[in-house]
Design a protein around this ligand. Structure first.
Ligand code: SF4
Ligand code: SF4
Length: 53
């Protein structure tokens, strides 16, 4: 599942732009939609996103 460290998120919106499934928006994720592609984690400028099994 995907975890967002809310203390680190600056709500830049990049993750929601990049997400192919619309699973994530500033600081919150719907894990039922997340495909675990890793795109948001790789590009978050604050390293606020972690993908874990
Ligand atoms: S890319 Fe990172 S800092 Fe930007 S809104 Fe998403 S989780 Fe927050
Ligand atoms: S891992 Fe991929 S599908 Fe899941 S929220 Fe991030 S960009 Fe979207």
């Amino acid at each position: 599942m995907l975890v967002i460290i809310s203390e680190k998120c600056i709500e830049c919106g990049l993750c929601s732009l990049l997400c192919p499934s619309g699973a994530i928006a500033n600081g919150s994720v719907d894990n039922s939609l997340c495909l675990l592609c890793g795109e948001c984690e790789a590009n978050c400028p604050e390293k606020a996103i972690k993908v874990s099994e």
